[in-house]
Design a binder for this molecule. Structure first.
Ligand SMILES: Cc1ncc(COP(=O)(O)O)c(C=O)c1O
Length: 373
């Protein structure tokens, strides 16, 4: 009997288990030296061009990044409708309004002209979401932001380890947020990071992640905490724990190994699917580490294909529902996102998949399409 093929899955091995055990043995589970070392190692990964603040989720990274920009009530942030609801929730958590903008169907990323048309006097930032790991029209998003003096917050939850030109995502830019949840390119179990060269912003975020307690991060790095302190702003309990950081450090050492496997599997999908009437995103696998592998299944066949694959023990996903159709964020004017939302299907992709799995999945898709023709 064939096992289920999961859509995604964490790649945990002996190194991560040993790293967690060693933190457990030390008996210091909260935020301490392990987090500091993970931040330093991430900074080295980014050639020490930026500073890194680790937090407990990618959503809290986005929330703190927006808050630290001074964005809140009566402000607007432009964000593509096709993203995880976390992007929208992080914006609305600050009191600001997420303004949904349409996407470019070739990349799944923000459509620059639609973004331009949605800029108002209230707009303070553009959230550029790296869909599936691809950067889409990233440089045009920066040009647009420059023209209107907006901040750019990159939701790079999907793109850790990928590059834009010669630089790693996070190395250049304004503010970049990563997620290290269980299924991301590297995981901490749960976790996230804000990355920026704006030192004032970084200092603010370090305080905000620890309930606004001023300079508490420095104390925690040396296993202490502040007993007498001041608070001047609303903070949150969003810091990362040593346990999470230990897993993250072990994972970071394997990023090249993970990249090779993810790229190999995506390449195999590309070869096999190019014969079928399915559109996929032609990510540049020399640059991108594909996080998910979405395909567009037109002619209203997406849900039937999804059911068929389920009957063959293949799990699939939908990345994503259009956020502007959700009750809380109801807006109009994103037709391509609606089309995308109705037709997108995510095929399994994680480092534990084999070439055989990809062949089996594409064979099942082929069978389905033959019967449907
Ligand atoms: C595009 C995008 N943004 C934000 C997040 C939020 O990250 P986290 O789950 O770590 O809070 C995710 C996670 O799935 C995501 O895919």
């Amino acid at each position: 009997m064939r096992d289920w093929i999961r859509l995604s899955r964490s790649a945990i091995a002996e190194e991560e288990k040993q790293a967690v055990l060693s933190v457990l043995d030390k008996g210091y589970l909260g935020m301490g030296t392990e987090v500091m070392q993970f931040e330093q190692e991430l900074e080295q990964f980014f050639s020490n061009k930026v500073s890194v603040v680790c937090v407990n989720t990618g959503t809290s990274a986005l929330h703190l990044a927006i808050q630290a920009c001074g964005i809140g009530l009566n402000d607007e942030v432009i964000v593509p409708s096709i993203t995880y609801v976390a992007s929208f929730q992080a914006i609305s958590a600050t009191g600001a309004t997420p303004i949904a903008c349409d996407i470019d169907l070739k990349t799944g990323c923000i459509d620059i002209e639609d973004a331009r048309s949605k800029i108002t006097r209230k707009t303070k930032a553009i959230m550029h979401v790296h869909y599936a790991g691809g950067v889409g029209n990233r440089s045009q998003a920066f040009d647009l932001a420059k023209e209107f003096k907006l901040r750019v917050i990159e939701d790079a939850a999907h793109s850790f380890g990928g590059k834009d030109g010669k630089s790693y995502i996070g190395e250049e830019g304004d503010i970049t947020c990563f997620s290290f949840d269980g299924i991301k390119n590297i995981t901490c179990g749960e976790g996230g990071a804000v990355v920026s060269s704006d030192q004032q912003l970084i200092a603010t975020i370090k305080d905000l992640r620890l309930l606004g307690v001023e300079r508490d991060s420095e104390q925690r790095y040396s296993g202490k905490r502040s007993w007498r302190f001041n608070v001047t702003q609303q903070g949150w309990r969003y810091h990362m724990s040593n346990l999470y950081a230990a897993i993250g450090r072990a994972q970071l050492r394997k990023i090249n190994e993970f990249a090779i496997q993810r790229r190999k599997l995506a390449q195999l999908y590309k070869q096999n699917l190019s014969r079928l009437s399915l559109e996929f995103f032609d990510l540049d696998l020399n640059q991108v580490i594909p996080h998910i592998f979405p395909v567009l299944v037109s002619h209203g066949k997406r849900d039937a294909l999804r059911d068929y694959l389920l009957s063959k023990k293949i799990e699939t996903g939908i990345h994503y529902q259009a956020n502007h159709l959700l009750t809380k964020y109801k807006q109009s004017g994103c037709p391509r996102s609606e089309y995308f939302s109705d037709n997108i299907l995510t095929l399994p992709l994680h480092v534990n998949l084999t070439d055989e799995d990809i062949k089996y999945i594409t064979m099942q898709i082929l069978d389905f399409l033959k019967h449907e023709a």
